[in-house]
Design a binder for this molecule. Structure first.
Ligand code: DQQ
Length: 570
């Protein structure tokens, strides 16, 4: 049965009409931020892909622009698939995947092509042309296949050449292939960057299978591939990120990454090998266990840098529910088209490297605060909760109201006192979706804290976005870790008695961040109680101790603007 999608997000990027998926080709040009996205323009389910286009002066208020790339060439007539922007000699190049044939069993023939602006003086980059040199990367090495060969990343310059990675299936394994060029027209294959055979994703496969022979594989053929590979530098570490499509992009498909201290120059001298030449692990240790970029309903994310060289990130949040089969999740056919759209993008996040936990941290950009409606806010000033308050207190109050359910909640919890020794704690937010209802989402930060000589410190911490009481059809437990359970945060990252939780609630889209972005869970939750007031509560319990709760809730503005005021920006 088809399912309702609840209310459409209003401060996240969605298509005006149609199906949308991966973010593509992000860049800042002449001061304007551009986001493109995979878009089926005439249907709300996955079809012939185009590039939708929105632009912004601040990464949060967006203006819709005309479709940027159409499937109008022989090599992309079945779809303009995902790709990335590179700026070469001042010219933005969009490298993307062209899909030119549709095979039985759903296989496509894929090549890499390029598009450049028709008018370089237009900061809106409205018109794009595809040079006659296309397709610019047509061949794959022996063992790989053009049926699975896609999603070029942003090129990086190294050892005298520009280099890109393209995802494929090589000898049946998810793999990143390296290509190099001097001019963005002629590309040469230079070797394997990394492959699934060298990297073991823990917990992806329900049956424990992985790699060439596992049964947790794409298309049931015993093989899998890497989509949307990114290669970036964040502070001292190199990052390889890929999207591992498992069982047709079901809720357990994930975006993964590994970090490496590998001297970047090694990448210029790759030789093809089963495991590739990228050595994961930081500070001398080898670490082949990839980490999930985000938990929940996020896939096919992409990194980019803005003009001030900030490392940024956006991901696709797909519609999902308990009743969504893999094929339905993958193509959207399980959902009603009553809302006229499917798929949204996360807010832009700033990505930094945190040396204390040797990990990446992702957190909404500072600009996200521009969306806060200061007339619709409510502040919690040092409320002290003694013992347990499992029902929580309402912090929404009468000052924050909206017919749309759009909120930014940022709360700090301080664990105080209590008996000497170890005690469990649970703090968090309850989002009740409607008046007089128990339906909603409970966001927990759970863990233990040790009190010695009057000093309290958190010793273990996990985040759980519990949707079991969410309105049907969102009342699945996932929205958290792989099994729907909690996601552990690194202990070293706490080392104090203070906890932080931020929840961005945008109708049916919920982005949750803990500890400044060390923990992240994104969910889609569909409530039909759209005309009723929702209730946001903070709660806490800490054994015999108490909890100081401070923070605020803001109503949020819509992100959509009819036009961009160029003058005010220059
Ligand atoms: N989506 C695109 C592909 C990519 C996949 C097609 C990931 O380019 O591999 O819309 O979601």
């Amino acid at each position: 049965p088809k399912q309702a999608q609840g209310q459409r997000p209003q401060f996240h990027i969605t298509p005006g009409f149609g199906w949308s998926n991966d973010p593509n080709g992000m860049l800042q040009y002449k001061g304007i931020h551009h986001v493109f996205f995979q878009h089926t323009i005439n249907d709300t389910v996955f079809g012939r892909q185009h590039w939708g286009h929105v632009a912004s002066t601040d990464l949060v208020y967006w203006t819709r622009l005309p479709t940027a790339l159409y499937p109008d060439q022989s090599y992309d007539t079945n779809g303009v698939f995902s790709g990335s922007a590179s700026i070469y000699q001042g010219v933005p190049y969009q490298l993307y995947t062209g899909v030119s044939r549709f095979y039985e069993l759903g296989f496509y023939y894929q090549v890499q092509a390029v598009a450049v602006p028709a008018n370089l003086s237009d900061p809106m980059l409205v018109d794009w042309v595809k040079p006659a040199s296309n397709p610019v990367v047509a061949g794959v090495p022996v063992g790989a296949t053009n049926l699975q060969f896609r999603d070029p990343n942003t090129a990086w310059y190294q050892d005298g050449a520009w280099r890109i990675a393209v995802g494929t299936q090589l000898n049946c394994s998810g793999t990143a292939l390296l290509y190099s060029t001097q001019d963005f027209q002629n590309w040469t294959y230079t070797g394997v960057l990394a492959s699934q055979t060298g990297l073991k994703p823990d917990g992806v496969c329900a049956d424990g299978g992985e790699g060439p022979t596992g049964s947790c594989n794409q298309f049931g053929s015993g093989c899998r591939m890497w989509e949307c590979v990114d290669v970036i530098q964040v502070g001292p570490v190199m990052v390889i990120k890929w999207s591992d499509e498992v069982h047709g992009r079901d809720p357990f498909s994930r975006d993964w990454y590994v970090l490496s201290s590998t001297n970047a120059s090694v990448l210029g001298n790759m030789t093809a090998s089963a495991e590739g030449s990228f050595r994961p692990g930081v500070n001398g240790s080898l670490n082949y266990s990839p980490r999930a970029v985000d938990y929940g309903t996020v896939y096919a994310s992409k990194f980019w840098r803005d003009a001030s060289q900030r490392q940024l990130w956006i991901g696709w949040t797909f519609e999902t529910s308990a009743g969504c089969s893999p094929a339905q999740c993958s193509t959207g056919t399980g959902f009603t088209d009553a809302q006229g759209y499917q798929g949204a993008q996360t807010l832009a996040r700033l990505v930094t490297y945190d040396p204390e936990i040797e990990e990446l941290v992702f957190y909404p950009t500072e600009e996200s605060q521009l969306l806060r409606n200061l007339q619709q806010s409510n502040r919690l000033d040092e409320l002290l909760v003694s013992g347990a308050d499992p029902e929580g207190m309402s912090i929404l109050g009468k000052h924050v109201s909206s017919t749309q359910h759009m909120y930014d909640v940022d709360i700090a919890f301080k664990l105080l006192g209590g008996a000497e020794g170890l005690q469990p704690f649970s703090v968090g937010l309850i989002l009740l979706m409607g008046a007089d209802t128990d339906e909603g989402v409970r966001i927990h930060l759970n863990g233990t804290a040790a009190t010695f000589s009057g000093q309290t410190k958190v010793t273990s911490l996990s985040i759980l976005v519990d949707r079991r009481d969410a309105p049907a059809p969102s009342n699945t437990s996932y929205g958290g870790g792989f099994d729907g359970g909690p996601v552990s945060l690194p202990e070293e990252g706490v080392s104090s008695n203070e906890l932080q939780l931020r929840a961005l609630i945008d109708n049916s889209l919920l982005e949750v961040f803990a500890q400044g972005g060390r923990g992240r869970v994104t969910s889609r939750v569909y409530s039909l109680a759209v005309d009723e007031q929702w209730d946001v509560r903070a709660f806490g319990s800490f054994g015999s101790g108490s909890i100081e709760i401070t923070g605020a809730i803001w109503g949020m503005d819509s992100c959509w603007k009819d036009s961009i005021e160029l003058e005010s920006h220059r």
